[in-house]
Design a protein around this ligand. Structure first.
Ligand SMILES: *Cc1c(COP(=O)(O)O)cnc(C)c1O
Length: 358
């Protein structure tokens, strides 16, 4: 048996590194191709962009304000900037993407708003921690808390229930703070609990949602959804100034149509979640492999014995170990059962006796 071939990752190399290593969903791509023909008004003044906004209003059962931007960093940074003045602060998880992975963009676009890092349990904020940070200081020397930001699904792949969000929004609103949601994986969270999109957003008190498109299967693009329309005043200017207003807006908008049709976005997200559960079950069936946090959406966070981690890396499998040391494997709309099983088999190879002798 050729060990070199059997222990090589091949197409698994980048499959589980992130949910943005996958291509675009066929539904998103065909909507993109369909919108190519002919001439349409630019900068979002076209019929198709209006249709996508209306479709999102239907999906969310609410007359919300919708903007399309190129990526999640822009969606988060610009929406937080819209909610804050320079002397304000944003309460977020210590592991929040806005804090750890956006190169200071929220602080930059808000001209100095400070992020206050909250302690988390399994990646999630609690109302008690929000309360603690809100009441910690009220003097003029401390940046004034103005927003609570939650990530759904969380950076650790856990999901806030509608009740958990409602409790957080009550604590936030009672103190005069807005609730912002980084929904890079909102689709996975909705699919995970069979909720209605409204249940995990405005009905639970979310004021602004950055609705992830890229990771759920668009070629690119995120939507910023303001449920409180007062908060979106002049947001269009903010987007334009930040270089986030697409002139051929139809291409940013169209893929959403393909995904929102017949709930494709939720079906695809549900598939990603299922693949993650399959992977979690497979990996935890191996000696010494345990779940770091429960697998609730499309991410699997496991404590991997060093031997297994090294074995996978040596075979060429890319994965992150950035939060709490656990290994992170992400599934997407494109992940296939067979790939999951092959990854588990590859990991199991770490325990083969001939391998240990090497
Ligand atoms: C991927 C991701 C984003 C968006 O990142 P961009 O690279 O800026 O598109 C935002 N928040 C979270 C939690 C993410 O995982």
């Amino acid at each position: 048996m050729d060990r070199t071939v059997s222990a090589s990752a091949g197409d698994l190399a980048f499959q589980f590194a992130s949910d943005n290593t996958a291509g675009a969903c066929p539904e998103a791509l065909s909507a993109l191709i369909d919108v190519n023909a002919g001439w349409l008004p630019s900068y979002g003044a076209d019929e198709l962009t209006h249709r996508v906004c209306d479709r999102l209003r239907e999906v969310f059962e609410r007359d919300c304000d919708v903007y399309f931007v190129f990526n999640g960093t822009a969606a988060n940074a610009l929406s937080l900037a819209a909610l804050c003045r320079s002397y304000h602060s944003v309460i977020c998880a210590d592991c929040a993407h806005v804090e750890t992975d956006e190169c200071g963009a929220p602080e930059f676009f808000s001209n100095g708003t400070k992020l206050l890092r909250a302690a988390t349990t399994q990646g999630k904020l609690s109302p008690a921690e929000v309360g603690r940070l809100v009441t910690l200081r009220s003097d003029i020397h401390y940046p004034r808390p103005r927003v609570v930001s939650v990530t759904q699904a969380s950076e650790l792949g856990t999901v806030y229930s509608a009740d958990e969000l409602t409790a957080i929004s009550r604590a936030a609103h009672a103190a005069g703070l807005h609730l912002h949601m980084d929904g890079a994986r909102f689709a996975n969270a909705v699919a995970a609990g069979g909720w209605r999109p409204a249940d995990l957003s405005w009905r639970a008190g979310v004021d602004v949602l950055c609705l992830g498109g890229t990771k759920m299967g668009l070629p690119l693009g995120e939507a910023v959804v303001f449920f409180d329309r007062e908060l979106s005043r002049e947001f269009a200017w903010r987007c334009k100034q930040a270089g986030q207003l697409a002139s051929k807006m139809r291409f940013l908008a169209a893929p959403w149509l393909g995904m929102l049709e017949d709930d494709v976005w939720l079906t695809r997200a549900d598939h990603a979640n299922r693949m993650a559960r399959r992977l979690a079950a497979g990996l935890t069936g191996l000696p010494g492999v345990t779940l770091h946090v429960p697998c609730e959406a499309n991410g699997v966070f496991v404590n991997l014995p060093t031997g297994v981690a090294n074995h996978l890396r040596a075979a060429g499998v890319h994965f992150y170990t950035f939060i709490g040391g656990a290994a992170r494997f992400m599934c997407s709309w494109a992940t296939e059962k067979d790939a999951v099983d092959r990854l588990v088999a590859l990991a199991a190879g770490a325990f083969e006796p001939e391998r240990k002798l090497r």
